[in-house]
Design a protein around this ligand. Sequence first.
Ligand code: CA
Length: 234
Amino acid sequence: MSDKSYTILVVEDDPAVRNLVSTALESRGYQHLTAATGNAAIASAATSDPDIVLLDLGLPDMDGVDVIRRIRTWSTMPIIVLSARAEDADKIEALDAGADDYLSKPFSVGELLARLRTTERHLGYMAEDAAPQQSTFVNGDLVVDFAAGTVALEGRELHLTPMEYKLLCLLAHNIDRVLTHQYILHEVWGTSQDGDLASLRVFMGTLRKKIEENPSRPRYIQTHVGVGYRMVRV
Ligand code: CA
């Protein structure tokens, strides 16, 4: 349990899932609010200013992705999508619309609480970032010196290609967030052609060989199959 009591807005039209989530949150001492429609969710996000939103994508009155777009017009509050749909396209659309993370239904209470802890850590770092921008990024044994443009692992300087460096910086700046393939391609290559997904995989492979002790079991960069990548705080 965290020192600060976070308020979570649970947006879910299925009463069974809503009750399950509510019970799990109560057991861990979270404050929570609930909404069963997209319009109620937007109103509650605006008036109650929750710390984190858990958002079902399939709502009776509007698409959850539109709820994200609306909230993003005024707030950067973390939004975790709860998706019952098997299609990756919905999760990807939600992430590109500004969701921070997702949970695929059915999920366990343990997974839900783990995702909330990650988001809380991220909120803590966001508060620290209100201080002047750090010019050095440290994650475990990995150090990126943005000012010098250098990367070191366990104190040894790594030689990255310009593309590998850009890719690493993008993931580092967005630590704990799942970045979609499309977003990465747009930010690093300035393109979103599907054909470039192959080059993204190649660069990710060579980057991992340099920063991961065991590239087949990566420690720093997670693969989200069919969705994208996330740098995790180690
Ligand atoms: Ca639903």
